[in-house]
Design a protein around this ligand. Sequence first.
Ligand code: SAH
Length: 594
Amino acid sequence: MFPVMLQLAGRRCLVVGGGGVALRKVQALLAEGAEVVLVAPEAVRVLEELSDSGRIVLERRPYEEGEAAGYALVFAATADREVNRKVFEDASGAGVWVNVADDPELCSFHMPAVVRRGPLHVAIASGGSAPFAVRRLRRLLERLLGPEWGEWMDAAARFRERVRRLGLAGACREAAFEAWFSATVDTERHRARVPAASEEDALLERALAGAPVCGREATEPAAEANVSGPGLVSLVGAGPGNPGLLTVRGRRRLMAADAVVYDRLAAPALPCDLPDRIELHCVGKTAGRHPVPQEAINELLVRLAREGKRVVRLKGGDPFVFGRGGEEAEALAAAGVPFEVVPGVTAGIAAPAWAGIPVTHRREAVRVTLLTAHECSKRDGTQVRWDLLAQDPSATIVGYMGVTVLPSVVERLLEGGMDPVTPAAMVERGTTGAQRSVVATLETLPSRVSEAGIRPPALFVIGPTVGHAERLDWAGRCPLVGRRVLTVAGCRWAEPLELAGAEVIEAGVPVTPAAEVAVNALPLTDVVVGTPEDADALDVLRGGVGWGNGVVVWCVGEAVWNRVRELGWPGARKIGGGHERLVERMGAAVAVPG
Ligand code: SAH
């Protein structure tokens, strides 16, 4: 078997057969821009539709002898082996490559299983001998190769083009490619990332510096390497705090940034593998520090962008929902700085979801109001028509920044005539291991919230759908609810821990500054380590705000257990017999935030 990739754009291909298998072949061919002729007396509805919209030519009749000649590729997928054989013989006789579905003997080529990530194609084949193994291997590779590989391949193509334009001699070009590859691929953990523009500039400058030695063929101005595009500010929503709820696009921007400007709410979602070279600017309130005024944040964003940097402004939840993202965008627009918005998962939807509260529900709530309750403490009147909201029983009210003002909100809604027994809840730090929630009624919520000592960030939810909270409390029923667990990226237990309800923070080795920020954003309850090297790497995090004395350290295996004791970590426990028992053991232990 000789593997090739065929350029099928504009080439005529024949598919014989009108069922589901034929449909899949047609779709695959159309995706590559082929011109498809389909021959079948009858075809499934989707094929008919493709024909109606002019995307394929459908000939509603039986296959005619000899017609396979003259095509670039031929597929037969009929239920009749004789027809399939005829197609095979005709095509083979005419020197046309032919594939008969599920009949390896009647194939002059096989289609590999393919994992695609943008322009990257990984093809898997067994020469038709073991499709079941191929399918499973493909699923494995689907998991191993994250979406970032597609972006990475695009970036590789752009880099190659830049290098080509510089006209470097062979050895020099290879050195630049090698440097780019080692800077962007973690070969141990099979991760790839897109380098920032400034990083590529530096790589190219180095390649150029070596040019006199390896010889430069063309005379492009050296300055070409130094063109960093105009800066760009991406206003990225970090999601509600759980690191898994950052979007794919948001993560991509972060990994390619030169500078990240984040606030307190966004800190727990900072990716732990954010490369060290990226400048981190904290502009949120942290213990003992005042928040940076909004004007100063705007100025910082403009300044960084004008330095030609790719800037990510990482904001909790969604940047345009009560995050002053609109004001920042205005400031950037006024300064003529290019910007984009990468929406995030807003806490107003995610925190209720984690507490078992759907914000809409058929027949119960057909409207959702996201509001900030903070404004009602202002002296000069209210912007929120509490009286109208109070009269709207088929709706859900989600109130941001609502802890201190809750009593006055409830008072206004009751004054407006809202039913005092309307279900109502408050959710603190939703989606994180530190989530706490109180479910009550409108009337009783303020006292229940104060008894429970709920503190910001928290939001309230009022409306009939809160009545589902108890039955739908999926997160609360997970064995590891309330656990914020630190472990090392690439370990086998991250997903099982997550499925068991824990918030999982996967630090890279060595620990990056971003990982320190994320870990210290909230108290941990547990740490899981699997090797002595990982224990050594995580040691720098011990004693920080996140890793207090109550933290339990789970050592998977003898070697790491010994190392952890040498390091003198308190709270260590050994897990013998493999990590399969980890979740069960952790679930049996009561967590105390450190
Ligand atoms: N842009 C953010 C909101 C910023 S305003 C978003 O879209 O989510 C800050 C308020 O958001 C907090 O006072 C709190 O009311 C709410 N909030 C943010 N994260 C939260 C979380 N994890 N759980 C509950 N409320 C949260």
